[in-house]
Design a protein around this ligand. Structure first.
Ligand code: SAH
Length: 395
């Protein structure tokens, strides 16, 4: 293995277990590691800090596979990592009454660049870095073997691959072709997941626990489910006894699946309203028509891709929150989210406070919401917390 030595005083994050080493921290490289190849990382003192994957094109030049030792990063190594990731999720399927879990959560599982969701018998994964690409065959073998899944589909159609000098790829990695729709369940609610064409790996598992919590406030209320994707929050609300459900999303295929999910759960297709529109415009249209709801869900996409976009993103979040709050009946509820990692829980909370002031509403936090527990966070990698939300009572 080639060795990479860090500059003096630049070893602290790595010693603390942070998985990223930026190009500016690197002093010298002995040899010419290929993209994705494991390298031994040493401090200026010569101490071995661990082994990481070499990413020559990325500002994040090394992503650590292990710390404090010079391990052989091979088939056995990845099999142990995967077994450990599965052990972390032991009992979760029963506890959350589901057959769909995130089973590999990248850095948080010591597997930077690798995200794998399990939908019943089907695995769907993203490999976003050259290190992940290098490890892919070993990771795929370990996962197929240890989960007993029938299919492994790849959804590495993510923009981040370009920063690593990688093309986007999708397709079958192992096993048989997955069904067109994999039917999963979250409690008694069922969803069809299209792993080939759906967003990310096919579905947003990170909102599973929030869907359950928010739905428990839906009984007898008119529910507005914005950024609905395939119906998630709204269908859970309908199952929980909502008086009416309105889904709004810009994506036609997502709403087609929302309709299919409505009937899949025993409701007639027209029992929920599906509106294909830009949420910002549709919320204004509701306001102008004086339409009100007992529960409003705001689950926008990532507005900040980078830290530099934080301010602009905050304005977007605030706009949608002001508009959304105005539509909540007195004594109703608002469930509002942000999945931008750059927006911290504190920033998010102050944005919601400003929105409440501008909307002229008294808003109380009933419950803080987070990404579902199968999306574990490493203590050494605070960047891993990306999804936060507030369930609010609105006066
Ligand atoms: N709440 C969903 C996940 C939402 S993902 C769930 O529980 O599964 C975000 C969704 O916002 C995507 O479906 C995307 O199509 C939609 N979207 C993005 N920008 C939009 C806009 N301006 N107006 C309407 N929908 C938008």
């Amino acid at each position: 293995m080639f060795t990479v030595t860090l500059k003096p005083k630049r070893d602290r994050p790595t010693r603390m277990g942070h998985p990223w080493i930026f190009s500016g921290a690197i002093d010298k490289v002995d040899g010419a590691p290929a993209p994705g190849e494991p390298v031994t990382v040493r401090a200026a003192s010569g101490d071995v800090l661990g082994v990481g994957a070499w990413s020559p094109e990325s500002q994040i030049r090394i992503r650590m596979w292990c710390f404090g030792r010079e391990a052989l990063v091979d088939e056995v190594f990845f099999r142990e990592k995967i077994a450990a990731a599965l052990a972390v999720r032991a009992g979760m399927a029963e506890r959350f009454d589901t057959d769909a879990l995130r089973i590999v959560n990248a850095e948080a599982d010591g597997l930077p660049g690798i995200t794998v969701d399990q939908y019943g018998d089907v695995l769907s994964g993203q490999f976003t870095t050259v290190g992940a690409e290098w490890a892919k065959p070993m990771v795929v073998r370990a996962l197929m073997d240890l989960t007993g899944a029938k299919s492994f589909y790849e959804r590495s159609d993510v923009d981040g691959r370009a920063r690593e000098g990688l093309e986007q790829v999708t397709g079958l990695l192992a096993g048989e072709a997955p069904p067109e729709r994999v039917i999963i369940h979250e409690g008694e609610v069922r969803f069809g997941v299209d792993v080939r064409n759906g967003h990310k790996t096919g579905y947003y598992l990170d909102q599973r626990e929030s869907r359950r919590i928010v739905a428990s406030y839906a009984k007898g209320r008119d529910v507005l489910n914005t950024f609905s994707y395939t119906g998630g929050f709204g269908i859970a609300a309908q199952k929980a006894g909502a008086k009416s459900v309105t889904h709004v999303d810009i994506s036609g295929p997502a709403l087609a699946q929302a309709r299919a999910n409505t009937t899949l759960n025993g409701f007639t297709e027209d029992s929920a309203e599906c509106i294909q529109a830009n949420v910002f415009q549709e919320l204004r249209a509701f306001r102008d028509r004086g339409r009100q709801f007992g529960l409003v869900v705001l689950d926008p996409p990532k507005f900040a891709e980078t830290r530099a976009q934080t301010m602009k993103a905050l304005r977007g979040y605030k706009d949608v929150n002001v508009l959304g709050m105005k539509l909540v009946e007195k004594g109703g509820y608002l469930a509002t989210f942000s999945c931008s990692g750059a927006i911290t829980p504190d920033l998010f909370r102050s944005m919601v406070a400003e929105a409440a002031r501008d909307a002229g509403r008294t808003v109380r936090i009933v419950q803080e919401l987070r990404q579902a527990p199968d999306h574990v966070e490493a203590l050494t990698f605070p960047e891993g917390l990306y999804l936060k939300g507030l369930l609010c009572h609105v006066e």
